[in-house]
Ligand binder design. Structure first.
Ligand code: COA
Length: 188
């Protein structure tokens, strides 16, 4: 697929920007600041390496390659010039589809930051040639995450067993995922 924009202003003071190796310290510190909250739902956060800046630097170098290859596009969420989370575009949900994933530092939740970013990113990617569907997947019990697509008008299309990753299930996962789809009128 064509690459999405490298930066998107979601609302004044809130921006998505293509992540870069120089974000490693801020990402590692962000994960460390609220690791139990993230590890409840994100298997990668159960791994101690997630809070290691060196590990993040290596991961970010690989992520830059994936962006250039067109296989995955991950942004940092920037609020008032500070990196406070990440939002990714993952072309892993079949032809024409792309999945949005996200996490936010707990000290920045409750202000609509992720909803604004996911809304802006949805609008940007459905405008790309070859993309006809955006999905957000979240565990059946992850009410805060599900509230994001619900607030944006996504449709809850179905429930599915959650694929098990190398890192294993996250702490609070039920093993069943909600699949939210944009545009809501799209079949399937
Ligand atoms: C999922 C997660 C990103 C949601 O964060 P969040 O802060 O609830 O989401 P938003 O940034 O969109 O903020 C929405 C909240 O701000 C409030 N809000 C304030 N101003 C708002 C505005 N202008 N627009 C929308 N919501 C606003 C909403 O009412 C809501 O608060 P509430 O839950 O108390 O009702 C966050 O909890 C997280 O990172 N969790 C751990 C990782 C995770 O689960 N990732 C997803 C895996 S599928």
């Amino acid at each position: 697929m064509d690459p999405p924009p490298e930066s998107i202003v979601a609302r004044p003071g809130v921006e998505l920007r293509r992540e870069r190796v120089g974000d490693a310290d801020a990402i590692a510190a962000g994960v460390a600041s609220c690791r139990p909250d993230l590890a409840a739902w994100l298997p990668w956060a159960t791994d101690d390496r997630a809070v290691d800046p060196e590990h993040q630097r290596a991961r970010l170098a690989e992520a830059a390659q994936r962006w250039d290859d067109g296989t995955e596009f991950v942004y940092v969420i920037v609020v008032d010039d500070r990196v406070v989370g990440c939002m990714g575009l993952h072309p892993r949900v079949g032809p024409g589809g792309i999945e949005i994933g996200y996490w936010l530092r707990s000290d920045h939740t409750g202000h609509g930051v992720v909803t604004a970013c996911a809304g802006a990113l949805t609008a940007a990617v459905v405008a790309l040639p070859g993309v006809d569907r955006v999905e957000i997947h979240c565990d059946l019990a992850n009410a805060r995450s599900a509230a994001v697509p619900r607030r944006l008008g996504y449709r809850l299309a179905r429930l599915e067993p959650t694929p098990v990753t190398e890192a294993g299930p996250a702490g609070a996962e039920t093993g069943r995922s909600m699949i939210w789809v944009w545009p809501p009128e799209r079949a399937g």
